[in-house]
Ligand binder design. Structure first.
Ligand SMILES: Nc1ncnc2c1ncn2[C@@H]1O[C@H](COP(=O)(O)OP(=O)(O)O)[C@@H](O)[C@H]1O
Ligand SMILES: O=P(O)(O)OC[C@H]1O[C@](O)(COP(=O)(O)O)[C@@H](O)[C@@H]1O
Ligand SMILES: [Mg+2]
Length: 485
């Protein structure tokens, strides 16, 4: 096993195997604390689990980052498989765990909280668990919230987070002082990309102080903008709830002459909710996302497409992600929220005004535009059934990892298998819709909207931060599609 150091001086645990096999492992408490005692996992004596064949994960089990391979491909990058281990590094009576939720709301937060508390209690016999009130700043500025299976029993039926959340307020020293002073030895941190960045810094400080404290991140983001993992919890629920707004927009649009229903959905930098909600609905004629720049005037522009669509079909539905077209609504780009995220202008309102202005100036066509902004209503719902199951697995994987002494990790499914992923992997980039991938091509062919990309140079520019172009763009299919319009 070798340790390499990247530019940020974060230590990576890289294990090299045969035929190009690479494991990017997560830190373990024993990496920096010698002679730690180990104990038999209490699950071995749990009647529900003890009969399960191969219940414990093998120390050598890893999950491949990529499952589409060629005959001669190297075996590639792997992550440690999540799950219960034979040995644990904490006596249940010694565990004092805390849970914190940070950043924006997301369906499923309460389910994750519930399942961490119940997982610790029922699987490992841990009874001391408490909640941090109101995000990172709650570590040093608020009282804690005692959490028992009874307290959390029904919380998964409610939206939001019973612990409260916030942006900003990450003062590493004060947070780690509070962890140390209170004698906390397991920290569960639920939040998005910003939160995981904060968790990475907390872990580094804990390691620097040599504390016997496991730090586990559970990725939360309604925008689905966290890389590596298959998708984030709450995303499915959000896409489902968005259907109600799109259906309403469709009803409005079809009920008036030249009706346009316009729906704004969340997605600051990544347009996944808009893309999946559009694909699911089939009522949408145009989907605008941050990754795909668009323009309004002239040939191939949005106004021209709206005119065609209204002439052909009498109505249309447009879905726009909140981060789309921000370069057109430019004044907003300078300000940020307390976490440092850029503050957005209401692009839905802006584009509604531009469309109305255009058609009233043109005097060719009288339009009826209805703008629906369901964003906070979507974010506030409880998670749906499939997200509830997903949240349960995430919480249990996090608990198993911390009990086994792993630390400095985020848990999440990679190709459908839960894995422990080092923080650096999660925070080094954002997950975005790649508009030269097949999924965006599927969307374009389902809506028939213009791609707004005129040349190959536009395509390359729009994807400058992304993976190299796929087969689809190599074959110039995208250009053919654009030219065919
Ligand atoms: N680079 C960073 N270092 C430390 N803490 C951070 C960093 N970025 C964000 N945070 C903290 O993480 C928390 C949540 O971040 P935010 O961006 O608001 O939401 P999310 O985690 O959902 O992306 C905030 O309390 C913020 O101060
Ligand atoms: O009004 P708020 O609370 O800042 O939330 C708005 C933002 O929160 C999000 O829903 C998700 O943001 P995070 O997951 O990064 O917290 C964005 O889509 C949106 O821009
Ligand atoms: Mg974020």
């Amino acid at each position: 096993m070798g340790e390499v150091t990247n530019s940020q001086q974060q230590k990576k645990k890289i294990v090299i195997g045969d035929d190009g096999y690479v494991l990017e492992d997560v830190p373990h408490l024993s990496d920096y604390i010698p002679n730690l005692l180990t104990y038999t996992n209490p699950l071995q004596h749990n009647p529900s689990y003890s009969v399960v064949k191969q219940y414990f994960v093998d120390e050598d089990d890893t999950v491949a980052e990529k499952v589409v391979v060629h005959k001669n491909s190297p075996r590639g990058l792997h992550f440690r498989r999540a799950g219960p281990c034979q040995k644990v590094y904490f006596e249940p009576d010694d565990v004092y765990a805390c849970i914190v939720t940070c950043g924006g709301l997301c369906p499923g937060l309460n389910t994750v909280i519930r399942e961490i508390v119940c997982g610790l209690h029922y699987m490992y016999g841990v009874s001391r668990v408490m909640g941090i009130d109101g995000g990172y700043r709650g570590f040093y500025s608020k009282n804690t919230i005692p959490l028992t299976p009874k307290v959390v029993n029904d919380i998964h039926k409610r939206g939001g987070t019973i612990l409260g959340t916030s942006r900003g307020g990450h003062v590493t020293k004060k947070i780690v002082d509070s962890i140390q002073d209170r004698g906390i030895n397991q920290v569960y941190i639920i939040g998005g990309d910003g939160t995981q960045r904060g968790a990475a810094v907390i872990f580094e400080e804990i390691r620097r102080r040599g504390l016997n404290v496991a730090v586990a991140g559970i990725p939360k983001t309604i925008d689905n903008d966290i890389p590596v993992i298959d998708k984030s919890f709450g995303f499915d629920s959000a896409v489902e709830e968005a259907q109600r707004a799109i259906s309403a927009a469709h009803v409005e649009a079809t009920s008036f002459e030249n009706g346009i229903g316009l729906v704004k959905l969340m997605g600051r930098d990544s347009g996944f909710i808009a893309m999946y909600a559009t694909l699911a609905s089939r009522d949408v004629d145009c989907c605008l996302i941050p990754e795909s720049p668009f323009y309004l005037e002239g040939s191939g522009g949005l106004f021209e497409y709206i005119e065609h669509r209204l002439k052909d079909n009498g109505h249309m539905v447009i879905v726009i992600a909140e981060g789309a077209g921000q370069e057109l609504v430019s004044e907003s780009l300078k300000s940020t929220d307390p976490s440092g995220n850029k503050l957005l202008q209401d692009v839905g309102l802006w584009i509604s005004e531009r469309i109305k202005e255009h058609f009233s100036k043109q005097k060719k066509m009288l339009i009826n535009l209805k703008y629906i902004d369901p964003t906070y209503m979507i974010r506030a719902i409880p998670s749906n059934a499939s997200d509830n199951v997903y949240c349960t697995l995430l919480a249990q994987s996090a608990v198993h990892g911390a009990m086994a002494g792993y630390t400095g990790f985020t848990v999440g499914p990679v190709n459908n298998r839960h894995a422990y992923i080092p923080f650096n992997r999660i925070i080094e980039k954002q997950n975005k819709v790649v508009i030269t991938d097949r999924m965006w091509a599927r969307l374009l062919s389902s809506t028939n909207q213009p791609s707004f990309l005129r040349t190959r140079v536009d395509i390359i520019k729009a994807n400058k931060d992304e993976e190299p172009p796929t087969q689809l763009s190599d074959d110039n299919l995208m250009e053919k599609q654009v030219l065919a319009k």
